[in-house]
Structures are given as structure tokens and as C-alpha cells.
Ligand binder design. Structure first.
Ligand code: NAP
Length: 245
């Protein structure tokens, strides 16, 4: 990455929460920032605050839409220094409930997991064009131990955890690093209804971006760091701890 020319970042889901905090940080540091989301109004509000940020309406679960987003970004500059796969969502799903027939079983897998794959595949030419580039994948502490209340979300994030491990090794010869960010409960609109201690989105954004730009494998903020060690030393205690969250 050259320090003399502005660096270029693509962040999915930059109109709210952790993604928004990343957009704000990188834009403030002089990066050229592209982001996407499904809701045009949220993107408009972002542009009103940060006019230099480039926004595109795009659902990451829609492969053709992600390819069109990438083609648009790469037509302006063929290089991407940092790709952040952040867009995602969580539903609480109870398999003991009576409404399983009408339940969309693949929502989290399509958005959280396939969405990351769509982004990485579509932006690979841009990542390869930089002399050194980075991918940051936002998973979750639930990638390490599943939440009882959110089985589909936990599975989608565990898949991202595995994906990050494979891609890290595959892409190393191309000088593309892969970093996984495993946040705990973070203070964002997505979890406004949840009680409990929440880490600030700006702190999570800083930790994730610093780790990605240093090419670190993973970052386990706050209680997820403790969970990681507990899972090694006392797995049943760790799983009981997560089951209560
Ligand atoms: N908050 C937490 O406690 C927490 C903990 C662990 C992990 N995480 C992860 O952190 C990431 C960000 O979460 P957050 O809490 O910051 O959520 P948030 O405040 O709801 O923001 C989510 C962002 O992603 C976008 N988005 C959602 N689905 C999308 C899709 N299909 N295509 C394109 N954009 C999409 C949203 O915009 P639109 O709605 O307009 O599409 C929004 O900009 C997620 O991957 C989440 O799983 C969050």
C-alpha cells in the first residue's frame, strides 16, 4: 500500500453500527471509502454527514448486485486496499415454535455467509491489483460457541470463522491478508433491544481496522477474548456462559 496516494476501502453495511463507525474512522483518516446497504434513505443520511463517502444500494445476498457494485467501484479505480465484509443480521429463531413452515431458514446464511463470499469474489481483482491488501471479515463471538436463541445466525458466523481460516492460507501468496473480527455485544441499533453491557461501536471498529491493517489473523475484543481461553481450558463452563447470553 502506498502512503502517498489515498488508500481505498470497501465496507459493506456502512450506514449503521459497526460499519458506520469504520466508515467514519477511515474517511476521517483520508481514505476513499465505498460502502453499500439495502436502504437508500440510510445511505442518503450517511452522505449528508460524510459527502466524500461513495454509497451504492446493494443487497450483499444478491450476487449479481454485488458484482455490479464491484464493477462500479473498480471502474473508478482498479485497486482496493481494504475490503470489510461487515453487513449482517441476526434473528432469534426457536425450533420448538409452531411457525417453522413459514420460517425463512436461509436468511442469515445468505446475508452473513454468502454475502461475504459474494463480496470477496467480486472484489478479488481489486484486492489483487494492490501491492498489498487486506480483507476484514466481521463474524461474532458466537462463531466460537453458538447462542441458544440464534441458531441460524451462530451457524452463519461459524461458517465465516472457517472461511477466514481457509482464505487466510490461500491468499497469503498473493499478499492479501485475512483478519477475522469476533465482536461481543456491541452498542448498535441492531441490538438496541438487548440488555447487558455493550462495547462502543467505535472501539470495535478501531480494533478491527488496526488488526486488519497490521495483517493480524483475528481480534477477540473484550469478553470474546475470555471466551476463547475458557473454551480451551473449561469448554463446558464456556458453553454454559454463552448459553446464558
Ligand atoms: N451489534 C452486535 O452486538 C454484534 C455482535 C457481534 C457481531 N456483530 C456483527 O457486526 C456486523 C454489523 O452489525 P451491527 O450491529 O453494526 O448492525 P446494524 O447496526 O444493524 O448495521 C448493519 C448494516 O449492514 C447493512 N446490511 C444488513 N443486511 C444487509 C444486506 N443484506 N446487504 C447489504 N447491507 C446490509 C445495514 O444496512 P441496510 O439495513 O440498509 O441494508 C447496516 O448498514 C454484523 O455482521 C453483525 O452480525 C454485531
Amino acid at each position: 500500500m502506498s502512503l502517498s496516494t489515498p488508500r481505498i476501502a470497501v465496507i459493506s453495511g456502512g450506514s449503521s453500527g459497526i460499519g458506520l463507525a469504520m466508515v467514519e474512522r477511515l474517511a476521517g483518516d483520508g481514505w476513499i471509502v465505498h460502502t453499500c446497504g439495502r436502504d437508500a434513505l440510510k445511505l442518503e443520511r450517511l452522505r449528508a454527514r460524510l459527502p466524500a463517502v461513495q454509497t451504492t444500494v446493494c443487497d450483499v445476498a444478491d450476487r449479481a448486485a454485488v458484482q455490479a457494485f464491484a464493477d462500479h467501484v473498480l471502474s473508478r479505480a482498479p485497486r482496493v486496499d481494504l475490503l470489510v465484509s461487515n453487513a449482517g443480521g441476526l434473528r432469534e429463531v426457536d425450533f420448538t415454535g409452531a411457525d417453522l413452515r413459514s420460517l425463512d431458514l436461509g436468511g442469515e446464511l445468505r446475508t452473513n455467509t454468502e454475502g461475504a463470499l459474494n463480496l470477496i469474489a467480486a472484489f478479488m481483482p481489486g484486492l489483487r491489483s494492490a501491492s498489498r491488501s487486506a480483507i476484514l471479515i466481521v463474524s461474532s463471538g458466537y462463531a466460537l460457541a453458538p447462542a441458544t436463541r440464534a441458531p441460524l445466525y451462530s451457524a452463519s458466523k461459524a461458517a465465516l470463522h472457517s472461511l477466514a481460516g481457509s482464505l487466510r492460507r490461500q491468499l497469503a501468496p498473493l499478499a492479501i491478508t485475512v483478519t477475522e473480527l469476533l465482536p461481543p455485544l456491541v452498542d448498535t441499533p441492531a441490538v438496541a433491544h438487548r440488555p447487558g453491557r455493550k462495547m462502543p461501536a467505535a472501539t470495535i471498529a478501531r480494533l478491527g481496522l488496526e488488526a486488519a491493517l497490521r495483517g493480524r489473523k483475528a481480534v477477540h475484543p473484550g469478553p470474546v477474548g475470555l471466551l476463547r481461553w475458557l473454551l480451551r481450558l473449561m469448554p463446558s463452563v464456556a458453553e454454559a456462559f454463552v448459553a446464558r447470553t
